[in-house]
Design a protein around this ligand. Sequence first.
Ligand SMILES: NC(=O)N[C@@H](CC(=O)O)C(=O)O
Ligand SMILES: [Zn+2]
Ligand SMILES: [Zn+2]
Length: 429
Amino acid sequence: MKNILITNGRLIDPALGIDGKLDVALAGGKVVWTGNGHPPEGQWEIIEAEGKIVAPGFIDLHCHLRQPGSEHKETIATGTQAAARGGFTTVCAMPNTDPPIDNQVATAFILNTTAAEGAVRVLPIGCISRGRRGEQLAELGEMAEFGVIGFSDDGSSVPSARLLKQAMEYASTLGLPVLEHCEEMSLAEGGQVNEGIIATRLGLAGIPNAAEDIIVARDIALARLTGARLHLCHISTRGAVSLIRQAKAEGIRVSAEVTPHHLTLTEARCLNYETNAKVNPPLRTSADVEALIAGLIDGTIDAVATDHAPHTDNDKCCEFNLAPFGISGLETAFGSLMKLVHTGRVPLELIIEKLTAAPARIIGGLHGITGSLKPGDPADVVILDPNAEWTVDISVFVSKGRNTPLAGEQLKGQVALTIYGGKIIYQAD
Ligand SMILES: NC(=O)N[C@@H](CC(=O)O)C(=O)O
Ligand SMILES: [Zn+2]
Ligand SMILES: [Zn+2]
């Protein structure tokens, strides 16, 4: 491995409060120095970053890698290559695979496969319930010993408040969060898109905001009761944002994430029965999008996570009703978030914080993840060109999932280079 010196870039490291022209030196898989002018003695491979931003490698709290069981949609190999292309050096894998990750052997499979084939670090999330069936608790303690960073039945909510309360009690003795997909089943059942005028025009059943708000409220009540850490996945409604804001003001241990698509797209994308815009939770209205942006800015929403949910062309090439939910998001995350920066809505430094320091805080220091570039930290770095314009070309996606409503779109802001453990793993052409 060559020693790398990244020079003349603008280093943004929100965990350390750094934003300035600083060089970064990497050796032995670690950051060894940041500073100006005089790097430590040695042989350096120079990476020129003039006009670019240098930041800690992005951390995705929520993605679907589909292995085991749906390797035709994605594998740990292809999903982590897509992560590298998106500037991510750590991704947390949701356990809704087949079989689900609900015990230590399955957890070990994810870690071993990653060690053999992964392009970036994969941190497993374990199921809350056995088989993700929502009936009995999974092997939470055993999975914790094997290194899961939290528990989730993502894909659905835990239907029983009693079971979730139990899960929270166990998770909090293990020091881990419960990550909830917020969707009240009886309200959401059969729903295809956001409930409202567009659903009516399309003749599709709707999923109302209340389906999310009800579970957010229930889960906050359980976090208040148990004192456990609750992390709310892919928040999409204005109601959820205000519930989380109140809960945080009360001192409840709740955190939340939002996806790039919920921050930048509305339900209007589903007109024309565009199945690549079919996602769970559904794309909502512009009033919801505004509330999500406000929540991101005021800290109500802690982090941005992709909820990368790859499906094959065949899966999505069908009647809207029959198409699976999900958007392939790793490769477009940064470019689409930059829309918020270029329109003056959100500062660039805040976007970087939501992709680095914030998710690192939620992971809580496990696996040595800091989301930062201080000497001694892993040499996980992303170099960004904030003004490069590019067209989303699904034919060059490295994810097997080409299911994005952004195909053909022009984005401004591109990942130029990704370094993982001191090695260059992606470089834009
Ligand atoms: N978000 C989605 O639309 N789909 C996810 C499941 C989920 O995150 O709930 C999937 O696994 O495909
Ligand atoms: Zn979900
Ligand atoms: Zn998900």
